[in-house]
Design a protein around this ligand. Sequence first.
Ligand SMILES: C[S@@+](CC[C@H](N)C(=O)[O-])C[C@H]1O[C@@H](n2cnc3c(N)ncnc32)[C@H](O)[C@@H]1O
Length: 270
Amino acid sequence: MTSGAQANEDTVEDKVVEFYDNFTEVFREIWGDNLHVGYWHDAADEAPVEKATDQLTDQLIARLAPRQGQRILDVGCGIGEPAFRLARAAAVDVVGVSISRYQVGRANERAGALDLAGRVSFQYADAAELPFPDASFDGAWAFESLIHMPDKEKVLREIKRVLRPGSTLVLADMFSQPDTELTFQDIITTPEMSDYRAVIEQAGLVVQDITDITANTLAPQSVRDGIAADLLARKDDVIAMTGPEEFERMVDGVRVPKAYGYLLATVTTD
Ligand SMILES: C[S@@+](CC[C@H](N)C(=O)[O-])C[C@H]1O[C@@H](n2cnc3c(N)ncnc32)[C@H](O)[C@@H]1O
């Protein structure tokens, strides 16, 4: 971890890279291969986190409605799990990008091991400067990654640039709730729900739908207790990534979750 004067000079991107390069494996051991929240269909759904996180991916796949032969961009790809699920659900090619070189390496290794490397690949890129020509993708998602990007309008414009006209972009993102104390404030910036539509429209994109799915992302009590126990069992590793105060906030947030809201948006280029 950097500290003192050096830390003050770090950009959000530097901090995000440091976070994911160092702590992806800790997260993974607690949470599984999807580095995003879970989706529980209703009060009777007691799915464990690994299943619930796949269930959220399925919500995005349904919104993206991929068609055979399409080339899809995954902005902020983690270690590739959502891209693999997408490629198994539809005969599409997926290109994932992450600002964490560690994640890109792990994602490509996993693609090889899963025999998906011919259709799914990952490369290093900052979403604000995508290394792709104009109109080179048929669809995209930014799956819980815009939270880490302070200039969302710039990133959304950049995603629009690489999409062909008529493409769909699906967003899964947290939004901030009024009067709540947020965790991970140095690497997360996100508007309130009421401001979110304007951010997308300012980038020249067309909102087809924005749905608040916060209620579906709140794990049932039995699952929350299990996550809190896992966090406490890995306390030293987690505190190394969060610091002690953030750790307490995290555990409290798992027990009584309310700090962030969560939305899904379906957006088109025109
Ligand atoms: C919460 S994780 C989600 C990962 C993945 N979408 C998933 O659902 O498993 C956020 C991801 O966004 C990526 N990310 C954050 N800022 C980025 C940027 N400026 N450019 C590209 N990727 C970025 C991180 O490296 C990480 O992979």
